[in-house]
Each structure stands twice: as structure tokens, then as C-alpha cells.
Design a protein around this ligand. Sequence first.
Ligand code: SF4
Length: 438
Amino acid sequence: MNVVLLSTYDLGHQPFGLASPAAWLGARGHEVTLADLAVQDMPAGAIRDADVVCFYLPMHTAARLASNVISKTRSLNAKAKLIAYGLYASPNAEYLRDLGVGTVLSGEYERSLCDAVEGCAPAQIVSMERLTFLTPERAQLPGLERYSKLRIDGEARLAGYTEASRGCKHLCRHCPIVPVYQGAFRVVQQDVVLSDIHAQVAAGARHITFGDPDFFNGPAHAMRIVRGMAHEFPGVTYDVTIKIEHILQHREYLRDLRATGCAFLTSAVESIDNDILEKLDKGHTRDHFFTAFRLCRDASLPLLPTFVPFTPWTTPAGYRELLRVIVECDLVDHVAPIQLALRLLIPPDSRLLELDDIREAITHFDRAALLHRWSHRDPAMDELAASVLRLVSREQKENRTRREIFRSIWELVNERAPENFDLLPRAAIPYMDEPWYC
Ligand code: SF4
């Protein structure tokens, strides 16, 4: 069969979610066309000739962008079977069906996607199958120079992306992985991960982002992979995401991460307010964050925290306190400005809906935006969130530095500039140059 796989947005990465199923479909004898619409045009000819068109929806922005793409696909080819797959497929099944999608797949989707293409799968699957993966097929995808790069030591390094595991053992209330994986995680076999890295290094990658929701859900598996990578590809750096709780639990591995080429570690800190952390069921406290930060600093491993600063529980004092802590811990250069502007996202099926105060804050479900809209009981907090977002968007477009944008945010909420701000040591913290995280 002629199959087209489309990705709308994957955080500036060459999509694993196209390359991995391409290998599976190819092995089953199908003709596969891949297109990453974040950097390419719609492949109109291939869509007209397709028997099946599949849409990869790994995140909220991707799912929102897909509605337009699905309509355009339908106008090019009224007969093709439409399939949506990825983390945001099943939670939005009803919406996708209304757009004409026949099958929605989430979880471990590669085998079910092949079955669905061949017409032998039910209309909806959330698979937790333990798959034996195939090396992703990346030859058809745009070159790595079209994607997010690692900014380090004054240079922009070509970066690849792979996944050593999917899902997560944890049940944080705000996390979109939880409604699908419900505490399960699945590993990608070591030989597959290393051969995927090999292909990307051969294509010019000098850095690899591991997109695992949490790299230390399986720390032994993770460490085997990065030790193998350091052995096979010395000099190639990488970055990972690890939760605060795991940084503390597996602190003995931090120096090994550094020694094997970890350029930085991202951690979803989300808040420094213990009450909010409890609401989010994050499994860490404010003090745990400070300890993790010290452990990483002692291991010379830059910790890049992410935040959800605007929640129904955030107060003006709480937001100012977050900015103060960032200055006091000398983390201004570690935090992407968008992280200071994000508002709590409540997708369908979110565990947040368990909370009375969340249900009270919700005004309605916005079908087009694929989320529950909520408002703060203090309208000034919603105005502040909107002002910070406008400020960050504007100053990012003007190519302002992280430090300049931080200062503008500080001045928006405080009367005076932070004391001695211009004297703070400037740290050259490595980061990926894709500014949006959502
Ligand atoms: S640890 Fe991270 S990936 Fe896992 S449930 Fe919590 S937020 Fe999601």
C-alpha cells in the first residue's frame, strides 16, 4: 500500500515518530512517504496517490496544527484511510473522528499502526505492548541542519534525537503521558538506540537529545546506553530529562552522565511552592529542588529547570518569589524565557480534573484548542500571565538574550531591578535553540 506519514510539529526535532513506523511499514512491504510539515510542504502528489495517510500527534501543539492538515488531506484525497497516532491521538479521539480520522492509536503504536494500515485493527487502540523495535528509517527525512541545534561554547552543533524509553512510571497530575501510559514505561532495545544514534552521527549529528519522558525510569538501561554511546561515539554530547526525585535517588550516576558527554539535564521542576507541587503530585518539594540543583552543580552538570508558573493557585507574591529564587540560585541563564510564561494546560482526560479547585476554575472545554479553559479567581493573575507571554514572544522575536528577557519580566512585576543584576556572573549554559516547550 502507499502510505504517507505526516508530522506537524515535534519541538524542532527530526521526528522519531515518523522514522520508527517508517521502518516497520517498510519491513511489511509498504511504500512509505514521510513529510515533516514543520520544515517541509505538504507532499500533495503523494497524498493524492495514498491509500492511507497517518498523522503523528506527539504533543498538544502538533495536535492543534493537525486539524488544518487533516482537512487539506481530505480535500486532496477523499478516499484515503486516515489514521492518527501518538500521545495526543486517543485523548482527542472524538475530535479527530469528527475530522474524518478512522483510527486513533496511542502508546506503543508501531505494530498497531501497521495493523491499522492493513485494515486489521480496531478503531481505537492504546497499546502497552512490549515491542521489539526496528532501527528508525531516517533517509527520507530532511537533513539535521533543518532542525534545532545545540548552542554550546559559542557554536551551533547539529543535533539528532532518539528515544531510549517511552511512557513513565509516575503519575504527575498535569502530565499528558499519564492518561495514556497510566504508570507504565517501555524501553527501546539498546542495539536499536545505538544504531539510531550511529545513523544520525553519520548524518552529521554531534549531539543527541534523548526524548525519554524521564531518562531514569530505568536507570540501568539508561546508563548502559550512554556508556555504549560514549564508547562508540566519543566527543558526541547528549541531553536528557530527569525528574527531581530521580536525580536525588540516583545521584551516584550524575558524574557518570557528565563523563559520558551529558551537556545538560532538563528537569520539570514546575513550581517552588510546596502546596502547588502537592496539587500537581510531583513527588518532590522545594527543598528537593535545591538539593538536586546542588548535586548537579557539584557534578558540573548544568540543570535546566522547566516551570509551569501560572496555575490557578499562583499568587503575585509566588510569581515574584520564583523570579527571586532564579536570581539567587544564579539560574537566569539556565531558564528558557518561555518557561516563565507558561500557563497550566488541562487537556482532556487530565488527572488535574480530579481536583475540586481545578473543576471550579474551568470555564469550558475549547474543542478547537483541545483543552479546558480556566480562569484564575484573581483576574489580575490572568492579565499578568498574558502580559508575560506577550513580552516573551516580542523579545524573543527581537533576539533578546535570556538575561535581557528575564530582566524585562522582573521589571514587569517588581518596582526595582534585581539588586546587582548586571554584576551576576554570566554562565555559558548549553541549550537547544528551539524556544517553545509545550
Ligand atoms: S515524571 Fe515527568 S514524565 Fe513522568 S509523569 Fe511526571 S511529569 Fe510526566
